[in-house]
Design a protein around this ligand. Structure first.
Ligand code: HAM
Length: 417
């Protein structure tokens, strides 16, 4: 019996991988223009890091982490998200000595969730974190950057929803209010929400259980319980977004699945993804750095799911691959000349492979079609004599004879390059 991949852990095949790489490249370009630098943290961390950051009564920590003991008996966890590792590295390497640090990362995350379209157990995020900036402008500008990225890569119909979760000053009073509300509806709540009701009542607003959704429909919105500082911050984020021309709607129920958030939180959704419609999400986490033993450091960040972005771009038909050409030499002499020509064309950025099969031209053209080549470059005896090559466009079946020197320019100026 052959061995297959584990459910929820996907192979990313070449075409998809190229799309991902281009998403990453565009992200890096956009992030760099806003002053972000890359950080690479390990994919395994001490379990305690996630308990203390994401929160012990979140779904991620309670049900979704890949946690194991290593040979030394230490409890380790495959990172379920990228913010806590970045913050750990920020503290450990004293990056806070710089007043504002802007970091981005890309890589796999692991959550034991039920796999479905757009939801996997190993998934990839590209994320960015601004550490050391308390200003609402940092929230708005980072959101503007993310929306710009979506525009650049051609992701259509992204909808931004925002909320504010307050701060340790105003949240306790809200929690009490929500607790009293939930207590009256306890019979309709699921066992999980009842269990977490006094420690973390906000989780009930995020529960996917239909009974809990119905019971919390009229729950008091947190945004109406904010202290003056949080309310002012939220207003300033909205007005700055307005100035930047970014539309955002307020989603009063959005509490997010991680406990480290304070003040602004957000989600960007897009249709075409089914139930898993969040392409990116994040928010402010002003207490996380100090909570993990670093200095008081206000932060804002986000992560987007590459699989979901790729799914949408594929559905839009955007970001097509750079076309492939196939070189077909007729005869030994043409083959020898081909070695030189291919070297030159590749130097000029042409993506080209050689067809090494023998057979007739017809069967070789069929092979070119099977590997989905856009151009077939045929070098026969006559072409060889004239320093030319026949370039056949496999999509239109049109062909022309071109001098060797202009082939690369002609192909790279064609559509899609
Ligand atoms: P998150 O909302 O848990 O936030 O994940 C961010 C994004 O990762 C989601 O919007 C989604 O696109 C993608 N994602 C999450 N889980 C899965 C999954 N199982 N399969 C596929 N894609 C998934 C965070 O992780 C925070 N660290 C974001 C952040 C950064 N907040 C502040 N800074």
């Amino acid at each position: 019996m052959s061995i297959t991949a584990i459910r929820g852990f996907n192979d990313i095949l070449p075409e998809e991988a190229e799309l991902w790489r281009r998403i990453e490249e565009e992200s890096v370009n956009v992030f760099a223009s806003y002053g972000f630098s890359e950080i690479k943290a390990p994919i395994v961390e001490r379990t305690e890091l996630f308990l203390r950051s994401i929160g012990e009564t979140t779904d991620i920590v309670e049900k979704e982490m890949y946690t194991f003991l290593d040979r030394n008996g230490d409890s380790l966890t495959l990172r379920p998200e990228g913010t806590a590792p970045v913050v750990r590295a920020y503290i450990e390497h004293r990056l806070y000595e710089c007043p504002v640090t802007k970091l981005y990362y890309a890589g796999p995350m692991f959550r034991y969730e039920r796999p479905q379209k757009g939801r996997y157990r190993q998934f990839y995020q590209i994320g960015a974190e601004v550490l050391g900036d308390a200003s609402p402008k940092a929230d708005a500008e980072t959101l503007e950057m993310l929306m710009r990225l979506f525009e650049t890569i051609g992701l259509k119909g992204a909808v931004l929803q925002i909320n504010s979760l307050g701060c340790p000053g105003c949240r306790p009073a809200y929690k009490e209010l929500l607790y009293a509300f939930l207590l009256e509806r306890k019979e309709s709540l699921c066992v999980n929400c009842i269990r977490r009701m006094d420690t973390n009542p906000l989780r009930a607003l995020d529960c996917k259980n239909p009974g809990c959704i119905e019971a919390t429909k009229d729950a008091p919105p947190i945004a109406e319980s904010l202290c003056a500082d949080c309310a002012g911050h939220f207003r300033a984020v909205q007005s700055t977004l307005g100035r930047l021309g970014i539309e955002a709607s307020i989603n009063k129920r959005m509490v997010r699945g991680l406990d480290y958030y304070t003040k602004t939180t957000f989600e960007i959704t897009a249709s075409g993804l089914g139930a898993q419609n969040a392409v990116a999400a994040g928010g402010r986490y002003d207490g996380l750095v100090s909570g993990l033993g670093g200095p008081e450091t206000p932060c804002f960040g986000f992560a987007m799911g590459i699989e979901r972005v790729a799914l949408l771009l594929k559905e839009n038909g955007f970001l097509k691959r750079r076309p492939l050409s196939v070189f077909i030499a007729m005869g030994d002499e043409a083959e020898l000349k081909g070695v030189e020509l291919l070297r030159e064309w590749r130097k000029k950025g042409i993506r080209i492979v050689e067809d090494f099969s023998e057979g007739s031209l017809k069967s070789r053209m069929k092979r070119a079609d099977r590997i989905r080549a856009r151009y077939a470059l045929i070098l026969g005896t006559d072409e060889l004599r004239h320093g030319e090559i026949t370039v056949k466009d496999m999509t239109t079946a049109g062909q022309e004879r071109l001098k060797w020197e202009i082939v690369a320019d002609r192909i790279s100026s064609a559509e899609g390059y």
